[in-house]
Ligand binder design. Structure first.
Ligand code: NAP
Length: 280
């Protein structure tokens, strides 16, 4: 069975392709996670906010895999970042998952309630010290905030999970992650599905005999980032994992990166931080 290469972030080794599970709830969510684990995925991404941790936990329990074969991420919502609330959120997630630890616990978004970063980073470290999470990290942290978070954290931060795909330049944030040994995890790696219809991607896919999603995910993998595409379709879940046996040339990588545009960001809620400026 194919195995995803591992990406190092902090002291974690993270499978380069994981299954995103936003909006995959109920039986559909459980089936998607089960399909992914059967196909060879060993990395699953959930969050307290997704409301599907119980189903994710049931799919993992039913997979027959050993717990340490799976890299499972969950996240704490931005209103729960005071230390006691963060630890409660982590414990509630574990109750729903019916597991005694996750592999990665992330702050889902920077605080919206004025909690000091030092306090929430301290609580993440406490969650790790208590064994609730093997590794800790952040999500939606621009580079200046990431620098502050890494300097405040006793344990290394394993990942910064942020939007990334060919339509969104993330040169600055990628460099910040690399400089600090933090893995960059790409969310919405397919641009929420829109990029599979992009003419440049489609033409490259046709010339390669690959699907558009495979071209885009290969672009992520070759940059040493982790990507977590979501799909409810078993065929898509399988295709998205079949990206480890071909290589894009430097010209193809550059043509995909050139699709970046100023309005390329698709996840930008009212509580978002001030993002790094795109270089393109
Ligand atoms: N930390 C954060 O704040 C944050 C924010 C957003 C997302 N995330 C995480 O990142 C994950 C992925 O991001 P996302 O869900 O926003 O978007 P995405 O993975 O970029 O795109 C998902 C869409 O692509 C389609 N798709 C998937 N594989 C395909 C294929 N092979 N061919 C054609 N279409 C395909 C899916 O439709 P089908 O179901 O029909 O395949 C779905 O509509 C989320 O599920 C979540 O785990 C995190």
């Amino acid at each position: 069975m194919t195995q995803a290469p591992l990406v190092t972030g902090g002291d974690a080794r993270i499978p380069a392709i994981g299954l995103g599970t936003w909006q995959l709830a109920g039986e559909e969510g459980k089936r998607a996670v089960r399909d992914a684990l059967e196909i060879g995925y060993r990395h699953i991404d959930t969050a307290a906010m997704y409301g599907n941790e119980a189903e994710v936990g049931r799919a993992i329990a039913g997979s027959g895999l050993k717990r340490d074969e799976i890299f499972l991420t969950t996240k704490v919502w931005h209103t729960d970042l005071a230390p006691a609330a963060l630890l409660d959120s982590a414990r509630r997630s574990l109750d729903k998952l019916k597991l005694d630890h996750v592999d990665l616990l992330l702050i889902h978004w920077p605080t919206t309630t004025g909690v000091a970063l030092a306090d929430s980073i301290g609580a993440l470290n406490e969650a790790r010290a208590q064994g609730l999470a093997r590794h800790i990290g952040v999500s939606n942290f621009p580079s200046a905030m990431l620098a502050e978070a890494t300097s405040l954290s006793a344990a290394p931060l394993a990942a910064n999970q942020c939007e990334y795909h060919p339509r969104l330049d993330q040169t600055t944030l990628l460099a910040a992650c690399r400089a600090r040994g933090v893995a960059f995890t790409s969310y919405s790696p397919l641009g929420r599905g829109d990029l599979v219809a992009d003419p440049t991607v489609a033409a490259m896919a046709a010339s390669r005999g690959r699907s558009p999603s495979q071209i885009i995910l290969r672009w992520h993998v070759q940059q040493g980032v982790v990507a977590i595409p979501r799909s409810r379709s078993r065929a898509h879940i399988a295709a998205n994992f079949d990206v480890f046996d071909f290589e894009l040339g430097a010209d193809e990588m550059a043509r995909l990166s050139a699709l970046a545009r100023a309005d390329g960001r698709s996840v930008n809620p009212g509580w978002a931080p001030v993002w790094d400026k795109p270089a393109r």
